[in-house]
Each structure stands twice: as structure tokens, then as C-alpha cells.
Design a binder for this molecule. Structure first.
Ligand code: G4P
Length: 546
């Protein structure tokens, strides 16, 4: 893959040159770490490709696509992905544009892997919400938006596919405002729609941008507001009048952009475009550079950690095994929260208190990875390891702090694991523990000694588990329904009451991976029944790691 290697070089050179030049001026300030949230088919893949193309990270749009039928892309390392044509893994793509280093965290498209997506969203500072202009807010967009809101992640909205039949833009803006309870500020306006679509008008600077290809020619053209005569030429047959009316209304009737409200997650700037045809992409990437926040302070158990602090800190939000089938490696993805990571440094793994040498931290590009000599707050590095690192782990230069907020959600499906060869029970236990540490499934070990129970949010996770148990551990397993369908973490201020409750129900109790108690119920009804009789116990469907 000569092309891939050379584009990697290109990206590396850019990163290192700029890092050296700006080293004194807080390199983290140039980082923009973000994710794209959308409903399937809205155009996330297309937009990702265009953004990477702008950043020079790929030569030809089309390289990110890891859908069915492609061979040898880095993300289809798993057979199940290839067979089903879905993207299971989360990966990160780094590119540089106009003085900023962008870290785009990709998330699995399939909702059965939503846990992965939620965890990924804990590692970003902003998100781009892609909406199909014909469809508006769809189910998955809404759900992902809600996860962003929990963390006050600022959202930039991109209304895509304006080159096709669309809904009325005011209708779409209104829908965002009402269904998401989020103020909207249109930043650009589409010049024509559907077949007449010719570009975007920046409402603040009165710049008209036509096709945006990531070169000098798309810097835009100053116009004399919406009244400019140019629009009569661009939009014949009365379409110019409609356009002028709309722009007037957008300027007069919509909220003006307010940086603070955006940064706090109360207002979204809205951009229009057609990613497939290179419209609106530069508007968007400029917005991310100008408006989206640099790495935010992150809350740890003892204090808030500012990105500009000199000592390195970070947390693991994702583990991925066997990315390269030739080397059975396990990569932990770490978001750096402060300071600088240098290759070869020793970090402290706070959970165990032990030092961990960072000998081969890696950066990721569209299709490749390379050794990271240094990385800064906001960057995501991959740390190869053999099972030392878990999701939620904090690494520091020595301080004993633990980052909060890589959550675990109560599973929606519980299954008992049935082993075909009973002799291998110990191996099964180890393998399940590893899979749970990687976040593939959740693991519950019943207090009464019954076989382990695994919990998942989506059924495809079970397929992945089965496949990997067989391929990596030679353990053919099956799943049996169990009498439980609900799991809740339990806690109480009153330790005696907690102990009593736990002891009274050994067959409904289990320990999770960290040894924390979990209560399992067969239905909402029985859960409610038991909860009402134990008012001192808190039943929770979310758990923060550690
Ligand atoms: P996703 O990752 O969010 O699922 O969406 P993806 O980018 O795969 O886009 C979904 C479909 O929408 C693709 O068509 C893509 O070409 C199309 N699309 C994306 N952006 C635009 C746009 O700005 N304008 C128009 N007209 N279409 C757009 P497909 O036929 O499903 O796939 P393909 O055969 O083109 O790959």
C-alpha cells in the first residue's frame, strides 16, 4: 500500500513540523477531538472521507469505506465484520488542517454496539451531528445526542444531502429545537436546493462558497448579502426570491450564534451541505477549528484535570484485540487528558499502582498506524499490551487520580454461557474475564456458584463473543436463556443492610468484573417488588468504571 504509506508520511511530517513550531504555545490548544453522530445512512462515512481528504490524510476519497465486499481494510480484521458488512470497531483518525490537529473518533454504525459508542463519546470534546435533509432527526441521532447532552458535549450540526429533495430548512431547524431542546443558529444557508443547489452562503461574512474541494479555489467569494445580483444568475425561475426571503428570515428570526451557549451544549451552529459533492465540508471543518473547543478539563475523583497541566494523565476508553491477526495484540485506546506523552516514558497504572512503560504508543490514520514519539492532551494513542490494561483505567505520571465517566450500562440481554467441553471450565472463566475487560460483554458471576452469566446491550455482541471464544481460545460455547432479564448494580450507605439483602438472595446475586454486587431480576415487576421492600438499597442501571 504505497499510497497509504506516503499519505501517512505526509500526515506525520505535517504533525511533527507544526508540533515543533508551536511546542512553546501549548500544543493541546490546537487539538480538536470529536466524533460524528448520526442515524445510519445520513452520510457519516461520506463526510468522514471528505474530512480526511481535506486534511490530506487520504489521497482519494473512498478509503475509509469498510463496507461489505472490501478486502484488507484495517477495520475489517474480524470475520464477522466482513460477513455482515458492518463496522464493529471504533477507530480514530488523525489529520491536520489549517494549523489544527483533528482527532476524529469513529463509532460503530450498528446500534448493537452502542456501548462502544457511548464510551467513545466520553473521549471527545465536541461532536458533529449529521442529519439527512430529507429525514430530519431520526431515532439513533436522538439517542446519541442524549448521551452527548449528559456530558454537555458541544454539537455542530451538519444538514447533509441538500443536493436532493429536502424538507423545508426552517422545518428542520424547528425540529432540532423542539425534539432536542437545543437552540439553533444557522451559520450558512443553502443557495438553492435539490437540483438547483449551487453552494452555501455564510450568513456572518457574506461569503458564497460553491463546490468545496479542499484547495485554494474554495476560499469563497464575497457577495453583497442575499441581494447580490449574482443570485439571480445562480437561481433562475424565481428561486432567487425564495432564497432571499429565507435568508432574511434566517437572519432576523433565528438566534444569533453565541459561543458560550454552544460550548455549554445549549446551542448548535447549523451548516448545510452535500458531503458527497464536496459542498459545505470546508464550512464545517473551519467551524470545528474556529468554534469547537480544544481539549476540555476532565473530572477525576479528587480534582479537575486541566488539559494544560504539565504532567501526563489519560484514561482508557476502548480495548481492541487482534487488530492484526498476525500479531495477537491487544490495543488499549487512551485519551490523553493533560501533559505530554513521550515514547518510552513510564506511566503509573493507578488501578494496580504499578509502573507501565509506554514503549510503543501508536497513532492511527485512515488505514494505518505508526509509532507516536510524542502526543498531547486531546490526542488518542493506542497502547499495545497483553491484558494489563482495562477499560476505564487511568494512567498518570505518578499522581493517584482516577478519571470518572467511562460508564457501563445495564445489559438488556442476559445469557448463561454453556461450555461444550466441561473440562475447560477454568479456561472459560479466564477467557470470559478477558472479553469482559475489553468491553465485549459484561460478565456476572452468580453467588450461588451457577455458571457465568454474560450481559449485552445488543444481540450481535453475543455473536462476536462466540466467534472470538472459538477463534482465539478454541472454546466452542453456546448461550442459554437464563431466568433473569434485568441486572442492576446495588449499593447502600447502610453496609449492614446491603450485606443482609445480598445474603438473603444468593440465587439472584452476582459479582461483576470488579467484584461489585449486581442484583438480577426476572422482570420489571419482580425488580420493583424487591426494590420496594428494600428502600435503603439503591438499584442503578449505570455504573461508572472504578
Ligand atoms: P452512513 O455512513 O451515515 O451510513 O452514510 P453513508 O456515508 O454511507 O451514505 C449513505 C448514502 O447516502 C450513500 O449512498 C451515500 O453516497 C449517500 N450520500 C451521502 N452524502 C450525500 C450527499 O451529500 N448527497 C447525496 N445525494 N447522497 C449522499 P448509497 O447509495 O447508499 O451508497 P453508495 O453506493 O453511494 O456507496
Amino acid at each position: 500500500t504505497g499510497g497509504a504509506a506516503s499519505c501517512l508520511d505526509h500526515a506525520m511530517t505535517d504533525l511533527s513540523t507544526i508540533d515543533n513550531a508551536a511546542a512553546a504555545a501549548a500544543p493541546h490548544a490546537r487539538r480538536r477531538t470529536f466524533a460524528i453522530i448520526s442515524h445510519p445512512d445520513a452520510g457519516k462515512t461520506t463526510l468522514t472521507e471528505k474530512l480526511l481528504y481535506f486534511g490530506g490524510a487520504i489521497q482519494l476519497a473512498g478509503e475509509v469505506r469498510a463496507k461489505a465486499g472490501r478486502r484488507q481494510t484495517s477495520s475489517d480484521w474480524m470475520k464477522i465484520e466482513r460477513q455482515r458488512g458492518i463496522s464493529v470497531v471504533t477507530s480514530v483518525m488523525t489529520f491536520e488542517y489549517d494549523g489544527h490537529v483533528f482527532n476524529l473518533l469513529d463509532t460503530p454504525g450498528h446500534e448493537d454496539f452502542s456501548e462502544d459508542t457511548y464510551r467513545t463519546l466520553t473521549a471527545v470534546d465536541s461532536a458533529v451531528m449529521v442529519i439527512d435533509a430529507a429525514k430530519g432527526i431520526e431515532a439513533r441521532t436522538k439517542k446519541l445526542f442524549e448521551v452527548c447532552r449528559l456530558r454537555d458535549i458541544p454539537i455542530v450540526t451538519f444538514i447533509n444531502k441538500v443536493d436532493r429533495e429536502t424538507r423545508d430548512p426552517f422545518d428542520l431547524l424547528n425540529e432540532i429545537e423542539t425534539t432536542l431542546a437545543l437552540d439553533v443558529a444557522p451559520m450558512t444557508w443553502p443557495v438553492g436546493r435539490g437540483r438547483e443547489f449551487v453552494g452555501t452562503l455564510d450568513l456572518a461574512s457574506n461569503t458564497l462558497r460553491r463546490n468545496q474541494k479542499g484547495d485554494e479555489s474554495d476560499a469563497g467569494q464575497k457577495v453583497d448579502g442575499e441581494d447580490d445580483k449574482l443570485f439571480d444568475e445562480l437561481l433562475p425561475h424565481g428561486a432567487a426570491d425564495t432564497f432571499r426571503e429565507e435568508v432574511f428570515l434566517a437572519r432576523e428570526g433565528c438566534k444569533p450564534f453565541d459561543l458560550e451557549a454552544f460550548r455549554e451544549g445549549h446551542l448548535t451552529p447549523v451548516y448545510f451541505g452535500a458531503a458527497l459533492r464536496d459542498y459545505g465540508v470546508r464550512d464545517l471543518i473551519d467551524a470545528l477549528g474556529r468554534l469547537a473547543p480544544s481539549p476540555r478539563a476532565q473530572s477525576a475523583d479528587k480534582r479537575l484535570i486541566e488539559a494544560g497541566e504539565p504532567k501526563m494523565t489519560g484514561f482508557v476508553f476502548k480495548i481492541q484485540a487482534n487488530m492484526d491477526p498476525n500479531h495477537r495484540d491487544r490495543i488499549a485506546f487512551m485519551r490523553i487528558c493533560s501533559g505530554k506523552l513521550s515514547r518510552g516514558m513510564k506511566a503509573k497504572l493507578v488501578r494496580t499502582g504499578k509502573p507501565l512503560p509506554l514503549n510503543a504508543p501508536q497513532f492511527f490514520f485512515a488505514r494505518d498506524r505508526s509509532i507516536a514519539e510524542e502526543a498531547f492532551a486531546g490526542d488518542i494513542v493506542g497502547l499495545p499490551n497483553h491484558g494489563t490494561l482495562r477499560i476505564g483505567d487511568t494512567l498518570t505520571e505518578g499522581e493517584d487520580i482516577v478519571f470518572r465517566g467511562v460508564p457501563s450500562f445495564a445489559p438488556e440481554i442476559l445469557r448463561r454461557v454453556k461450555l461444550k467441553d466441561a473440562m475447560k471450565a477454568k479456561k472459560l472463566r479466564e477467557a470470559l474475564q478477558q472479553m469482559a475487560e475489553e468491553g465485549v460483554v459484561q460478565l456476572f458471576l452468580p453467588h450461588d456458584g451457577a455458571p457465568a452469566i454474560v450481559g449485552v446491550v445488543g444481540a450481535l455482541q453475543l455473536d462476536v463473543l462466540k466467534e472470538r471464544m472459538e477463534a482465539e481460545y478454541s472454546l466452542p460455547v453456546d448461550f442459554e436463556p437464563c431466568q433473569f432479564s434485568i441486572a442492576r448494580w446495588i449499593s447502600s450507605e447502610d453496609k449492614v443492610a446491603l450485606q443482609k439483602f445480598t445474603a438473603a438472595k444468593p440465587s439472584s446475586m452476582a459479582d461483576d468484573l470488579d467484584g461489585d454486587p449486581v442484583f438480577m431480576a426476572s422482570s420489571q415487576f419482580t425488580l420493583k417488588y424487591d426494590a420496594e421492600r428494600a428502600p435503603e438499597i439503591v438499584f442503578s442501571d449505570v455504573k461508572d468504571y472504578q
